[in-house]
Design a protein around this ligand. Sequence first.
Ligand SMILES: [Fe+2]
Ligand SMILES: [Fe+2]
Length: 209
Amino acid sequence: MKKTEELPLLSTTPVAWGASALADPIALLIDHAFLEMKAALNAMDLLTRWPNEWTPGWVEAMTSVARDETSHLAQVTRLLIRRGGKMERGHKSYYASDLRRLVRNGKTSETLDRLLVSGLIEARSCERFSVLASVSEDAELGAFYKALHASEMGHYKVFLKMAHKVAPKDEVAARWQVLLAAEAKIIEAQPPGCRIHSGYQDVSLSQAS
Ligand SMILES: [Fe+2]
Ligand SMILES: [Fe+2]
């Protein structure tokens, strides 16, 4: 498994978060299933945000991510049902909503920001799966999270690659740094709980005391 340090994130989730999030595996799987569904929908939505009909690889990238996320959704749902859980109606991800609020208006700016925010969510999910894989005492879940870590790492790179196709290198780099800094604050400010993108500040404090 690739190390989390390869990710560009400006904050590191403590290992204690993993045990805390796994306290209710069914709740974590339900949240996870919705995130995979939303990731698939996001890729399909980006597909129609065709920045330029000549942008090479756009359709291939978005359909490939959507296909992977749909497969992840099927896997999570199977695990969930086998363990006696089910997807409930409605799901809110304040983490993703907070990040999406940073998306600027305007054709290129909006497309660039949506790609970078998508890349950030993939990178953070990748980091979280790595933590979950390292602490899970349930072999089936541990192997599942390990496999997802590799896939989400690939998605993060795809979105960054596409960002470089819609905006100049300097603009991408500058905006990426702004959004990385914002993401580190947003994830830390999330409430704790059995969710993939829950906060970890309270978990760290409770471990330290
Ligand atoms: Fe996924
Ligand atoms: Fe993904």
